[in-house]
Ligand binder design. Structure first.
Ligand SMILES: [Zn+2]
Length: 446
């Protein structure tokens, strides 16, 4: 099942259960200065949860582009960290349903739509959440032994709406963890969490010490926690993570969402390493989506984050001895997006404009470097100038081969025939530039 297929099945499941599917909001938050980039599926829907505006429907489902750079240094070193990801989620911001519906809806998806084997699934709940426990053990195939109470299963910001959450975990196998028979989720690397169901059911009005079962009970007793009149539902499942599980891979970089990029780096580098392949794949994908939403590299704010992504990718391109410009990888991301209509429609700019911005952004970044350092940016320099990168047509055949690499559904392939042409047309791709090699010797500063 490809990543696009997983996204489609998720959205269809919830659409068939009266959810309105909304397109992904831009990565750039609208009217929300709390973060530079959207970092969670629920974030663009916050006004609905806070009662500031009415949602277009009581039940919503989205696929939201997200960027988190807090763990940027972990990218490539672990099996699951990345900066850009898509969050699939279903929401009941005004309390149209609560746990009694959210849990069965989630269970139906994993059991019937994704056909995941029940013996490899585990569930965690907050120690106080007897209600969720009661609902979970009534689900087909679920047993009390597979439900673990974890104090971490709490969501809140220190004030306002908060409450317990419940996570669904995948058993990667005994060999991935401590090897003990009594291992449970969150003990070691054996179990990986892929879906979090959040139950905002309290209003936090005073301090509570921690989020243990004891603290929550005390908070309820002394009025620090007051039950909300309309408890809501907010869930989030990372597309990359569920893809690696459903595709039978051991990490996100082996999924069809990231593997073509990592493969391209490996096949076109003199000294590729797993770390560099992963970092380049992740960062170029992230940078392309960020630019697609209208951000340009700069020295501050969002532009600085983008610049850092590109710079880190460039450093690793140099270390790996990558022989192709990084913008070729951006074009691969663009080709993938063009094969996924809902994703493309949620771009602020269209594909060709975005790719052009990529090159423009890169050139401005080069110009902003002190001359002494300019030479060290050579690995990312386009084949001479911007002109050749996206204005040149044997590359169209390469793009086509990339576009046809992964399997597709009937609906996707109907769309694809036109999309492929459109990609080539929009990008006006042409012959590969001459093999591009770094002329620099000094290492790029990080
Ligand atoms: Zn363990």
């Amino acid at each position: 099942m490809t990543g696009n297929e997983i996204r489609r099945r998720f959205l269809e499941h919830f659409a068939s259960r009266e959810h309105k599917v909304l397109p992904s909001a831009s990565l750039v938050p609208h009217g929300d200065p709390s973060t530079l980039f959207i970092s969670a599926g629920m974030q663009p829907l916050k006004p609905y949860y806070l009662g500031l505006s009415d949602p277009p429907a009581p039940r919503l489902a989205t696929f939201q582009k997200c960027l988190r750079t807090g763990d940027i240094d972990e990218v490539g070193k672990t099996d699951r960290h990345n900066t850009f990801f898509e969050m699939l989620g279903n929401f009941a911001p005004t309390g149209d349903y609560f746990k009694e519906t959210a849990i069965p809806l989630a269970w139906e998806l994993v059991m019937e739509v994704f056909e995941m084997p029940v013996d490899r699934l585990r569930v965690t709940i907050h120690p106080t959440d007897d209600e969720a426990h009661g609902i979970w053990i009534r689900q087909p195939g679920m047993t009390a032994e597979h439900v673990t109470r974890l104090e971490d299963n709490w969501w809140g910001l220190g004030a306002g709406p908060c409450g317990p959450d419940s996570e669904i975990w995948w058993d990667r196998g005994k060999e991935f963890g401590c090897g003990q028979d009594d291992c449970v989720p969150d003990h070691c690397d054996r179990f990986t969490e892929f879906w979090n169901l959040v139950f905002p059911q309290y209003d936090q009005r005073g301090p509570i010490e921690g989020t243990s079962g004891e603290a929550v009970r005390r908070g309820l007793a002394d009025g620090s926690l007051v039950p909300l009149k309309r408890p809501a539902i907010d869930t989030g499942m990372g597309l990359e993570r569920i893809s690696y599980i459903l595709q039978g891979k051991s990490n996100i970089f082996e999924t069809d969402l990231l593997a073509p990029l990592a493969d391209a780096v490996r096949q076109n580098s003199d000294q590729p390493t797993t770390l560099s392949e992963r970092i380049i794949a992740d960062h170029i994908r992230a940078a392309t989506f960020v630019i697609g939403d209208g951000v340009m590299p700069s020295n501050e704010g969002r532009g600085y984050v983008l610049r850092r992504l590109i710079r880190r990718a460039a450093i690793h391109a140099q270390r790996a001895g990558l022989r192709r410009p990084l913008t070729d990888l951006a074009a691969m991301v663009g080709a993938e997006i063009s094969r996924c209509p809902p994703l493309q429609e949620s771009w602020a700019t269209n594909l060709s404009v975005s790719i052009a911005l990529w090159s423009k952004g890169w050139n401005s970044l080069k110009r902003s470097q002190p001359s002494t350092r300019r030479r060290s940016w050579a690995p990312m320099r386009f084949a001479s100038t911007t002109r050749t990168v996206f204005l040149s047509s044997s590359r169209a055949s390469w793009l086509r081969s990339v576009a046809s690499r992964s399997t597709s559904t009937a609906s996707a392939s109907r769309w694809k025939s036109s999309a492929r042409g459109r990609v080539a047309e929009r990008l006006k791709v042409g012959p590969w530039p001459r093999t591009y090699r770094s002329r620099s010797s000094p290492a790029i500063e990080s």
